[in-house]
Design a protein around this ligand. Structure first.
Ligand code: GAR
Length: 201
């Protein structure tokens, strides 16, 4: 399975997926390209160190549709079959989503459907929840809305700030994301309506 990973920043989830592919934990797969919309994304260096092709597709004042069309073209050119959004901080256009139906997944640092959008960890602190976590889900045309593949809970403690909670959630994001990609690569899950279930043989 050829994987394309989209990032905007640090790239720790991207690196977790790359390591899992290169160690064989995610079977029969290759990370074909890591694409960033930001030229200075830290993750680009991490990908290069792992000998992964990197590409910057900047927005350069273009409309979302035009920017996305270039990314779609680069992904198609490389035969990418699964796209992992890993801290990619731009909304995808519907054209992008429709170009890869049920082939785009995302990790979000909350227990969806709670706290969609930006700063999910701060939203959780401000709301006062006692439990938060992270979610891996398929991407559809609505924000943080597609069918849920996996979730992991993380307790919120009294002294937590958005930053300490984000750091504790991140520790679980890497394993959860790798596990979800592994299940997809191994053909272990399928989407039935809004539910992602194990494939029964
Ligand atoms: C992660 O916490 C990820 O869940 C979050 O950005 C961080 C990226 O870290 N994504 C979102 O908030 C998407 N709405 P990373 O670049 O080190 O993987």
């Amino acid at each position: 399975m050829k994987i394309g990973i989209l990032i905007s920043g640090r790239g720790s989830n991207m690196l977790a997926i790359v390591k899992a592919v290169q160690s064989g934990l995610i079977p029969d797969s290759k990370v074909a390209v890591v694409i960033s919309d930001k030229i200075n994304a830290e993750g680009l260096l991490k990908a290069k160190e792992r000998k992964i092709e990197t590409l910057v597709v900047g927005k350069n004042g273009r409309a979302r549709e035009e920017h996305d069309a270039e990314i779609v073209e680069e992904l198609k050119k490389r035969g990418v079959e699964l796209i992992c959004l890993a801290g990619y901080m731009r909304l995808l256009s519907k054209e992008f989503v429709r170009a890869f139906p049920n082939k785009i997944i995302n990790i979000h640092p909350s227990l969806l459907p709670a706290f969609k959008g930006l700063d999910a960890q701060r939203q959780a602190i401000d709301y006062g929840v006692k439990v938060s976590g992270c979610t891996v889900h398929f991407v559809d045309e609505a924000l943080d809305h597609g069918a849920i593949i996996a979730q992991k809970t993380v307790a919120v403690i009294d002294d937590d700030t958005a930053e300490t909670l984000a750091a504790r959630i991140l520790e679980h994001e890497h394993a959860l994301y790798v596990q979800a990609v592994r299940q997809i690569a191994a053909g272990e899950i399928e989407i039935v309506g809004r539910r992602v279930v194990s494939v029964k043989n």
